[in-house]
Design a protein. Structure first.
Lengths: 347, 202
């Protein structure tokens, strides 16, 4: 594994882009030519070496720049990382999970040496090396959840399990699709999903919760979700919506291929051993339309999905006004040919 | 004035019931304005001696003192009538500090009052699901601006102007018990200056 880390930005001049390899391994979320909500859970087990589904926590070429962007978000707004007082144990569980998995999956990038509770963590891409005492937060520069999630791509919702429900009682949320941890912290599974249209009526959340409550240690699960974002802006937060919302009106037929991004969340779910909590990482992958259409199958299919998406979903996902222009762009790549089943890019 | 009927909404939006007299070691009522009516209606079906162990904390607000004589006539062990929730808050905290198993809590009136009183109770470990609520009177909402985090009390129109940062916010039904507030989000972010006409919250 030899990853070339990009030096790129997710704000201002927006220099983010995907290499050919990153495009090829992009988690395209549509396995057929239409989309509707589904629980769509599957075991988080390795699929296809090199794919984003291969390791517990995928590290890619955007890692270093994403972590720099996260630090900037936290400097501006520390409320993006919060943990209620009963959640420190969950944080240690999470720190252990990530350190162990990353050191195992990327031995040339991360090292974890353990001697009892004396731990030694080396993160080469970020130039971090710390010796600390496991379960003693005074020996780390941040609380355990914040410490490790400042070094791990994706948002993290750390959930407490009680009363047959999951409670979002801690999190690190800086790359969110327009929801606020600060507002939602302390809510249960149904409450924080309350604003999602259509899915409640379909019983999606009742079934999803039942599934999640039964996730066992060592048997994580995953699913994909998606939305659309103008410019490669990781921090599409409600907090800053009054600043970034205007960017949605900046699309033109000339710039749309570069500016309009498909935003895919790889959501994974791991049981935490000591706290019996659940961690719910939400990893955001962005791809420009002009990158996506380099694979004809994806281009055809994406055109059909966006064209046939129910209006409520296009509204909720925030691109209803831009849908006509997006369709006009994508339609040039849809010759009406059949697409093969499955998400993989090749025919 | 009877309890308020609301349209069906999303699952984070609180739903309010109708008081029922519970058996308990003590009864704590916290109400504002028309919320007094819920206590008086409860009294009609309450068993004898019910108010002997009751503490009523009442903020008359815009109802003036019209309910106060009726509340006094209930003969509660303690009746406090105060000018504002802020004025009553230390008293509420002190009373909750003494709460033991068997305390029953009843909140009535506006959403802002019920939400804030519930937060005080849950902060000391009282489960929110065990608290009775009954909405009466104004549908004004307590709103948090998601941008500046400031809370604006008594919001009656959608959209409204944040009393802290001045942004024009639309009124969502998404509600946080931890903040005792609904969420307000900038209404003209994608078209600055194009603010829809205000409509009364229903």
């Amino acid at each position: 594994m030899n990853i070339q880390f990009n030096d790129e930005t997710f704000r201002g001049d927006y220099t983010f882009k995907n290499s050919d390899l990153a495009i090829k391994r992009f988690p395209f979320p549509f396995d057929k030519d239409s989309y509707m909500y589904a629980v769509n859970m599957e075991p988080h087990t390795p699929v296809r070496e090199g794919s984003v589904y291969y390791n517990s926590f995928d590290v890619d070429e955007h890692y270093v720049s994403e972590m720099r962007d996260r630090a900037m978000v936290l400097d501006e707004d520390p409320l993006r990382c919060q943990s209620l007082s009963h959640m420190e144990l969950h944080g240690w569980d999470l720190l252990e999970l990530i350190m162990v998995e990353k050191a195992k999956d990327y031995p040339d990038l991360f090292e974890l040496h353990r001697d009892g509770d004396n731990w030694h963590w080396i993160n080469k891409p970020l130039g971090i090396e710390d010796k600390f005492t496991f379960m003693d937060a005074t020996t780390l520069p941040y609380g355990p959840m914040e410490y490790i999630t400042r070094q791990t791509q994706g948002d993290f919702c750390v959930l407490d399990q009680r009363d047959d429900n999951l409670w979002m009682d801690a999190g690190m949320v800086t790359t969110q699709a327009d929801w606020s941890l600060d507002f939602d912290i302390g809510m249960n599974f149904f409450e924080w999903h309350a604003p999602v249209p259509l899915a409640h009526e379909k019983g999606i959340f009742v079934r999803a919760l039942k599934f999640l409550l039964n996730i066992q240690q060592g048997a994580p699960a995953r699913r994909l979700n998606w939305t659309m974002t103008v410019n490669p802006l990781l921090d599409t937060s409600p907090e800053n919506y009054h600043k970034w919302g205007i960017q949605k009106t900046s699309l033109t037929p000339e710039n749309i291929g570069n500016k309009q991004h498909l935003r895919v969340e790889l959501q994974t779910f791991f049981r935490l051993p000591r706290s019996n909590g659940l961690v719910f990482p939400i990893r955001c992958y962005l791809i420009k339309l002009e990158e996506l259409v380099t694979y004809p199958k994806w281009a055809r299919r994406f055109h059909r999905v966006i064209r046939d998406l129910p209006e409520e979903l296009a509204t909720y996902k925030g691109f209803i006004d831009n849908r006509p222009m997006i369709l006009e762009y994508l339609s040039q790549f849809d010759d009406g040919a059949e697409t093969s089943p499955g998400v993989w890019p090749e025919e | 004035m009877a309890k308020t009927e609301f349209e069906k909404s999303i699952l984070s939006r609180p739903v309010y019931g109708e008081f029922e007299p519970m058996t308990g070691k003590a009864h704590l009522f916290i109400a504002d304005s028309e919320g007094a009516g819920a206590i008086l209606d409860l009294a009609k079906s309450a068993p004898k001696g019910f108010f002997d162990i009751a503490h009523i904390i009442y903020i008359p607000k815009d109802s003036d003192w019209k309910y106060v004589p009726s509340l006094e006539a209930l003969g509660a062990k303690q009746l406090y009538v105060g000018p504002s929730f802020e004025a009553a808050i230390t008293r509420i905290q002190r009373v909750l500090l003494d709460a033991s198993n068997g305390l029953q809590i009843y909140l009535s009136g506006t959403e802002g009052l019920m939400g804030r009183a519930m937060l005080e109770a849950t902060n000391i470990g009282y489960p929110y699901s065990a608290i009775q609520t009954e909405h009466r009177g104004s549908k004004a909402r307590r709103m948090q601006c998601v941008h500046c985090k400031g809370v604006t009390e008594g919001v009656t129109t959608d959209p409204f102007e944040c009393s802290h940062c001045g942004l024009n916010l639309f009124v969502r039904d998404h509600y946080s018990r931890r903040l005792a507030a609904f969420q307000g989000v900038c209404v003209d972010a994608e078209d600055p200056g194009n603010v829809p006409d205000k409509v009364e919250i229903t």
